[in-house]
Design a protein around this ligand. Structure first.
Ligand code: URA
Length: 207
């Protein structure tokens, strides 16, 4: 498929998804943060859901977790513009503190994950990458269709998956979420060694 065709298909999917979510959420103010990047990428990164900064800029991974991600991409010698980055859920899931009225992030719930699942599968079907890298538990579970799997069990090793109605086969490489390093600095060494394994895997694929 030509590069411009994939770009066009992604644009169409973005518009259709916006309409679909509008019909579901009706008059709730929800801002969609769709995936971005090279539609012809051989590597797609899938995060959990956008945070505050991502909603402001309407781009995935541009806040604090995005800074960690950029650092990791440097280790892999990968440029952001060469890959495609998206999230399992395209909206910021929030909770409001009843006492202070403050809004903060929360993990997406089952309903939100299921509502977004088909959009992610369609995005991946258009791009058809040779490898999908999931960041954290949520995209791992969506892509393996296994709600019990934890990132601690499978990080840093390739898995074979089959997604969507067409059962498209892909290689999934699960990593911890880059934000987990912010909250659990002791994970950094594990993360670096997983990245080195991923780099080896990518080099092997390219030779
Ligand atoms: N965390 C994610 O999982 N995705 C983003 O886009 C930002 C933070």
């Amino acid at each position: 498929m030509l590069k411009r065709d994939k770009a066009k298909q992604l644009q169409k999917l973005k518009q259709e998804s916006a309409q679909f979510f509008k019909s579901v959420y009706k008059d709730q103010e929800k801002i969609m943060v769709f995936g971005e990047g090279n539609p012809y990428a051989s590597l797609v990164l899938v995060g959990e859901a956008p945070g505050q900064q991502e909603v402001v800029q309407q781009r995935p991974f541009v806040g604090r977790a995005g800074k960690n991600l950029d650092e990791f991409l440097k280790i892999l010698d990968i440029k952001r513009e060469d890959i495609y980055i998206t999230n399992a859920v395209k909206f910021r899931p929030v909770k409001i503190d009843p006492d202070t009225g403050r809004t903060s992030n929360r993990p997406p719930n089952r309903e939100e994950i299921d509502l977004n699942r088909t959009v992610l599968y369609k995005e991946l079907a258009i791009i058809s990458p040779s490898i999908v890298v999931s960041l954290g538990n949520i995209p791992l579970r969506v892509l393996t269709d296994d709600n019990k799997l934890t990132i601690g069990q499978v990080h840093g090793r390739p898995l074979f998956i089959s997604i969507g109605a067409k059962e498209q086969n892909m290689v999934l490489f699960p990593l911890y979420h880059p934000a987990s390093i912010i909250y659990r600095p002791q994970l950094k060494d594990v993360y670096i060694s997983d990245l080195q394994r991923l780099r080896k895997h990518l080099n092997k694929d390219n030779n």
